[in-house]
Write a protein that binds this ligand. Structure first.
Ligand code: SF4
Length: 299
Protein backbone atom coordinates (compact mmCIF):
# COMPACT_ATOMS: atom_id res chain seq x y z
CA UNK A 1 0.00 0.00 0.00
CA UNK A 2 1.20 3.57 -0.47
CA UNK A 3 1.22 4.13 3.30
CA UNK A 4 3.49 1.11 3.82
CA UNK A 5 5.85 2.34 1.11
CA UNK A 6 5.86 5.82 2.61
CA UNK A 7 6.80 4.33 5.98
CA UNK A 8 9.56 2.31 4.29
CA UNK A 9 10.90 5.46 2.66
CA UNK A 10 10.74 7.38 5.94
CA UNK A 11 12.52 4.72 7.97
CA UNK A 12 13.34 1.10 7.13
CA UNK A 13 13.34 0.12 10.80
CA UNK A 14 9.91 1.63 11.37
CA UNK A 15 8.64 -0.34 8.37
CA UNK A 16 10.14 -3.51 9.81
CA UNK A 17 8.57 -2.97 13.24
CA UNK A 18 5.18 -2.05 11.86
CA UNK A 19 4.72 -4.32 8.85
CA UNK A 20 7.03 -7.29 9.36
CA UNK A 21 7.29 -7.72 13.12
CA UNK A 22 3.65 -6.61 13.30
CA UNK A 23 4.11 -4.53 16.45
CA UNK A 24 0.99 -2.47 16.83
CA UNK A 25 1.04 1.12 17.95
CA UNK A 26 0.07 1.62 21.57
CA UNK A 27 -3.66 2.24 21.63
CA UNK A 28 -4.27 5.18 23.84
CA UNK A 29 -7.83 5.17 25.08
CA UNK A 30 -8.63 8.79 25.00
CA UNK A 31 -11.71 10.92 25.41
CA UNK A 32 -10.10 13.49 23.18
CA UNK A 33 -10.88 13.58 19.48
CA UNK A 34 -7.44 14.03 17.98
CA UNK A 35 -6.62 15.19 14.47
CA UNK A 36 -6.43 11.61 13.14
CA UNK A 37 -9.88 10.68 14.46
CA UNK A 38 -11.27 13.97 13.23
CA UNK A 39 -9.92 13.27 9.74
CA UNK A 40 -11.40 9.75 9.74
CA UNK A 41 -14.79 11.06 10.80
CA UNK A 42 -14.73 13.66 8.04
CA UNK A 43 -13.80 10.93 5.50
CA UNK A 44 -16.60 8.63 6.60
CA UNK A 45 -19.08 11.51 6.59
CA UNK A 46 -18.29 12.36 2.97
CA UNK A 47 -18.46 8.71 2.01
CA UNK A 48 -21.86 8.33 3.72
CA UNK A 49 -23.11 11.46 2.06
CA UNK A 50 -22.24 10.50 -1.50
CA UNK A 51 -23.08 6.80 -1.16
CA UNK A 52 -26.44 7.83 0.34
CA UNK A 53 -27.00 10.08 -2.69
CA UNK A 54 -26.31 7.21 -5.12
CA UNK A 55 -28.68 4.88 -3.22
CA UNK A 56 -31.53 7.40 -3.06
CA UNK A 57 -31.28 8.76 -6.58
CA UNK A 58 -30.15 5.57 -8.32
CA UNK A 59 -27.60 7.55 -10.32
CA UNK A 60 -23.95 8.49 -10.04
CA UNK A 61 -24.08 11.73 -12.00
CA UNK A 62 -24.32 14.75 -9.69
CA UNK A 63 -25.62 18.05 -11.03
CA UNK A 64 -25.08 21.45 -9.49
CA UNK A 65 -28.76 21.59 -8.47
CA UNK A 66 -28.40 18.38 -6.43
CA UNK A 67 -26.19 20.20 -3.95
CA UNK A 68 -29.00 22.39 -2.65
CA UNK A 69 -30.76 19.37 -1.13
CA UNK A 70 -27.52 17.62 -0.22
CA UNK A 71 -26.24 20.60 1.75
CA UNK A 72 -29.58 21.33 3.39
CA UNK A 73 -30.80 17.88 4.40
CA UNK A 74 -28.11 15.26 4.20
CA UNK A 75 -24.96 16.55 5.93
CA UNK A 76 -26.26 16.12 9.46
CA UNK A 77 -27.31 12.44 9.06
CA UNK A 78 -24.09 11.59 7.19
CA UNK A 79 -21.89 13.04 9.95
CA UNK A 80 -24.05 11.59 12.73
CA UNK A 81 -23.81 8.12 11.12
CA UNK A 82 -20.04 8.45 10.75
CA UNK A 83 -19.67 9.22 14.47
CA UNK A 84 -22.08 6.49 15.59
CA UNK A 85 -20.40 3.86 13.39
CA UNK A 86 -16.93 4.91 14.49
CA UNK A 87 -17.74 4.76 18.20
CA UNK A 88 -20.13 1.79 17.85
CA UNK A 89 -23.01 3.78 19.30
CA UNK A 90 -26.58 2.60 18.93
CA UNK A 91 -28.59 4.11 16.12
CA UNK A 92 -31.52 4.87 18.40
CA UNK A 93 -32.31 8.54 18.69
CA UNK A 94 -32.36 8.44 22.48
CA UNK A 95 -28.62 7.87 22.70
CA UNK A 96 -27.60 11.48 22.33
CA UNK A 97 -24.00 12.26 21.48
CA UNK A 98 -22.07 13.52 24.48
CA UNK A 99 -20.79 17.09 24.61
CA UNK A 100 -17.47 16.55 22.89
CA UNK A 101 -18.86 14.37 20.13
CA UNK A 102 -21.68 16.83 19.55
CA UNK A 103 -19.11 19.62 19.14
CA UNK A 104 -17.03 17.47 16.79
CA UNK A 105 -20.18 16.71 14.79
CA UNK A 106 -20.91 20.43 14.39
CA UNK A 107 -17.35 21.24 13.33
CA UNK A 108 -17.23 18.35 10.83
CA UNK A 109 -20.53 19.48 9.38
CA UNK A 110 -18.90 22.82 8.59
CA UNK A 111 -16.02 21.14 6.74
CA UNK A 112 -18.29 18.77 4.84
CA UNK A 113 -20.51 21.68 3.80
CA UNK A 114 -17.48 23.52 2.48
CA UNK A 115 -16.34 20.49 0.47
CA UNK A 116 -19.85 20.33 -0.99
CA UNK A 117 -19.76 24.05 -1.80
CA UNK A 118 -16.54 23.44 -3.74
CA UNK A 119 -17.94 20.32 -5.41
CA UNK A 120 -21.09 22.24 -6.40
CA UNK A 121 -18.90 24.86 -8.08
CA UNK A 122 -17.30 22.16 -10.25
CA UNK A 123 -20.44 20.05 -10.93
CA UNK A 124 -21.60 18.18 -12.88
CA UNK A 125 -19.38 15.16 -12.23
CA UNK A 126 -19.87 11.42 -12.09
CA UNK A 127 -18.94 9.37 -9.04
CA UNK A 128 -16.99 6.26 -10.00
CA UNK A 129 -16.09 4.82 -6.61
CA UNK A 130 -16.05 5.74 -2.94
CA UNK A 131 -13.46 4.53 -0.46
CA UNK A 132 -14.28 1.12 1.02
CA UNK A 133 -16.44 -0.22 -1.79
CA UNK A 134 -13.58 -0.73 -4.23
CA UNK A 135 -9.97 -1.80 -3.96
CA UNK A 136 -7.70 -0.92 -6.84
CA UNK A 137 -4.75 -3.17 -7.48
CA UNK A 138 -2.03 -4.11 -9.87
CA UNK A 139 1.28 -6.00 -9.84
CA UNK A 140 4.85 -5.05 -10.64
CA UNK A 141 7.54 -7.48 -11.65
CA UNK A 142 10.81 -6.94 -9.81
CA UNK A 143 14.21 -8.63 -9.73
CA UNK A 144 15.37 -10.16 -6.47
CA UNK A 145 18.39 -12.24 -5.53
CA UNK A 146 16.11 -15.28 -5.81
CA UNK A 147 14.90 -14.40 -9.28
CA UNK A 148 11.90 -12.50 -10.60
CA UNK A 149 8.98 -11.81 -8.34
CA UNK A 150 5.58 -10.20 -8.78
CA UNK A 151 4.61 -7.75 -6.07
CA UNK A 152 0.96 -6.89 -5.50
CA UNK A 153 0.21 -3.20 -5.12
CA UNK A 154 -3.08 -2.04 -3.83
CA UNK A 155 -4.77 0.89 -2.23
CA UNK A 156 -8.03 2.41 -1.21
CA UNK A 157 -8.79 5.68 -2.99
CA UNK A 158 -11.09 7.97 -1.01
CA UNK A 159 -13.03 9.02 -4.09
CA UNK A 160 -12.74 8.51 -7.82
CA UNK A 161 -14.92 10.65 -10.06
CA UNK A 162 -15.07 11.90 -13.60
CA UNK A 163 -15.15 15.62 -14.31
CA UNK A 164 -15.17 16.85 -17.92
CA UNK A 165 -13.71 13.59 -19.20
CA UNK A 166 -10.92 13.60 -16.59
CA UNK A 167 -10.79 10.89 -13.93
CA UNK A 168 -9.89 12.46 -10.60
CA UNK A 169 -8.19 10.35 -7.94
CA UNK A 170 -9.13 12.17 -4.78
CA UNK A 171 -7.58 11.87 -1.36
CA UNK A 172 -9.18 13.72 1.56
CA UNK A 173 -6.54 14.97 3.97
CA UNK A 174 -6.87 16.60 7.36
CA UNK A 175 -3.22 17.58 7.85
CA UNK A 176 -1.17 20.27 6.20
CA UNK A 177 -0.07 18.26 3.15
CA UNK A 178 1.65 20.22 0.41
CA UNK A 179 0.55 19.85 -3.18
CA UNK A 180 3.85 20.63 -4.84
CA UNK A 181 6.89 18.48 -5.50
CA UNK A 182 10.03 19.30 -7.48
CA UNK A 183 10.32 16.03 -9.42
CA UNK A 184 9.79 12.27 -9.16
CA UNK A 185 13.26 11.75 -7.64
CA UNK A 186 12.24 13.91 -4.68
CA UNK A 187 9.25 11.65 -3.94
CA UNK A 188 11.59 8.70 -3.49
CA UNK A 189 14.44 10.56 -1.77
CA UNK A 190 14.45 9.37 1.85
CA UNK A 191 17.03 11.95 2.88
CA UNK A 192 14.54 14.78 2.38
CA UNK A 193 12.93 15.98 5.58
CA UNK A 194 9.88 17.19 3.72
CA UNK A 195 9.40 14.48 1.12
CA UNK A 196 5.89 14.91 -0.25
CA UNK A 197 4.12 11.71 0.83
CA UNK A 198 0.71 12.85 -0.38
CA UNK A 199 2.03 13.40 -3.91
CA UNK A 200 3.67 9.97 -3.84
CA UNK A 201 0.41 8.43 -2.61
CA UNK A 202 -1.84 10.05 -5.22
CA UNK A 203 0.54 9.22 -8.10
CA UNK A 204 0.54 5.64 -6.79
CA UNK A 205 -3.26 5.78 -7.13
CA UNK A 206 -2.74 6.59 -10.81
CA UNK A 207 -0.66 3.45 -11.21
CA UNK A 208 -3.16 1.16 -9.47
CA UNK A 209 -6.17 2.74 -11.20
CA UNK A 210 -4.60 2.19 -14.61
CA UNK A 211 -3.54 -1.33 -13.58
CA UNK A 212 -7.13 -2.13 -12.59
CA UNK A 213 -8.51 -0.55 -15.79
CA UNK A 214 -5.85 -1.09 -18.48
CA UNK A 215 -8.40 -0.08 -21.13
CA UNK A 216 -8.62 3.44 -19.69
CA UNK A 217 -7.51 6.27 -21.99
CA UNK A 218 -8.90 9.20 -19.95
CA UNK A 219 -6.44 11.43 -18.09
CA UNK A 220 -5.90 10.40 -14.43
CA UNK A 221 -5.61 13.49 -12.30
CA UNK A 222 -4.49 13.25 -8.67
CA UNK A 223 -6.29 15.63 -6.27
CA UNK A 224 -5.80 16.32 -2.58
CA UNK A 225 -8.79 17.77 -0.78
CA UNK A 226 -7.09 19.26 2.23
CA UNK A 227 -9.87 19.99 4.71
CA UNK A 228 -7.88 22.81 6.26
CA UNK A 229 -7.74 24.56 2.89
CA UNK A 230 -11.28 24.10 1.63
CA UNK A 231 -12.30 27.40 3.22
CA UNK A 232 -9.74 29.34 1.14
CA UNK A 233 -11.27 31.38 -1.69
CA UNK A 234 -8.76 30.07 -4.21
CA UNK A 235 -8.88 26.44 -3.05
CA UNK A 236 -7.11 24.27 -5.62
CA UNK A 237 -6.84 20.53 -4.92
CA UNK A 238 -4.48 19.65 -7.78
CA UNK A 239 -0.81 18.69 -7.71
CA UNK A 240 1.92 20.84 -9.19
CA UNK A 241 5.42 19.89 -10.14
CA UNK A 242 7.23 22.94 -8.90
CA UNK A 243 10.57 23.98 -7.56
CA UNK A 244 10.84 26.83 -5.03
CA UNK A 245 9.07 29.95 -6.21
CA UNK A 246 9.06 29.01 -9.87
CA UNK A 247 5.71 28.65 -11.63
CA UNK A 248 4.65 25.03 -11.40
CA UNK A 249 3.33 22.59 -13.98
CA UNK A 250 -0.05 21.15 -13.05
CA UNK A 251 -0.17 17.36 -12.96
CA UNK A 252 -2.89 16.73 -15.52
CA UNK A 253 -2.43 13.01 -16.04
CA UNK A 254 -0.62 10.32 -14.06
CA UNK A 255 0.26 8.69 -17.38
CA UNK A 256 2.68 11.57 -18.13
CA UNK A 257 4.76 10.32 -15.16
CA UNK A 258 4.58 6.69 -16.15
CA UNK A 259 6.80 4.67 -16.80
CA UNK A 260 9.31 6.73 -14.72
CA UNK A 261 7.14 6.35 -11.64
CA UNK A 262 7.01 2.58 -12.17
CA UNK A 263 10.79 2.44 -12.60
CA UNK A 264 11.34 4.28 -9.32
CA UNK A 265 8.81 2.12 -7.53
CA UNK A 266 10.49 -1.03 -8.86
CA UNK A 267 13.87 0.18 -7.59
CA UNK A 268 12.32 0.82 -4.20
CA UNK A 269 10.70 -2.62 -4.05
CA UNK A 270 13.91 -4.30 -5.19
CA UNK A 271 15.70 -2.59 -2.31
CA UNK A 272 12.97 -3.71 0.10
CA UNK A 273 13.32 -7.34 -1.02
CA UNK A 274 17.12 -7.24 -0.95
CA UNK A 275 18.34 -9.18 2.12
CA UNK A 276 21.66 -7.34 1.95
CA UNK A 277 20.01 -4.03 2.81
CA UNK A 278 19.13 -3.99 6.51
CA UNK A 279 16.02 -2.48 8.03
CA UNK A 280 18.01 0.26 9.71
CA UNK A 281 17.23 3.51 11.47
CA UNK A 282 16.60 6.65 9.45
CA UNK A 283 19.32 9.28 9.44
CA UNK A 284 16.77 12.07 9.37
CA UNK A 285 16.10 12.64 13.06
CA UNK A 286 13.05 14.78 12.34
CA UNK A 287 11.22 11.60 11.24
CA UNK A 288 11.61 10.18 14.75
CA UNK A 289 9.77 13.02 16.44
CA UNK A 290 6.32 11.45 16.27
CA UNK A 291 7.38 7.84 15.73
CA UNK A 292 5.42 5.43 17.98
CA UNK A 293 8.43 3.06 18.08
CA UNK A 294 10.85 5.61 19.55
CA UNK A 295 11.19 3.73 22.83
CA UNK A 296 11.79 0.33 21.22
CA UNK A 297 14.40 1.68 18.86
CA UNK A 298 16.12 3.85 21.44
CA UNK A 299 15.87 7.15 19.56
S1 SF4 B 1 12.29 6.35 16.14
FE1 SF4 B 1 13.21 7.03 14.24
S2 SF4 B 1 14.78 5.53 13.76
FE2 SF4 B 1 13.43 4.64 15.30
S3 SF4 B 1 11.93 3.47 14.15
FE3 SF4 B 1 11.06 5.48 14.51
S4 SF4 B 1 11.61 6.70 12.73
FE4 SF4 B 1 12.91 4.88 12.73
Amino acid sequence: SPSALNVYLDCRLKFYLQYIAGIKEKEEVSEEIDAGVFGNLAHYSLENLYSGFIQRKKRTQIEEGDFVELRKNWIFPAVEKAIRDFYHLEDEAETKLNGQLAIARDVIQGYVDQVLAYDASTAPFRLISLEKEKKYQTTLQIKTLNGARRVALRGIIDRVDELNGVIRLIDYKSGGDQKTFPDLDALFDRSLEKRNKAAMQTLFYGLIYQGTHPENTAPLKPAIFNLKEVFNDNFDPYLYQKEGRKTGIEVLDYKDYDPDFQTKLKELLEELYNPEIPFDQTEVLKKCEYCPYKEICGR
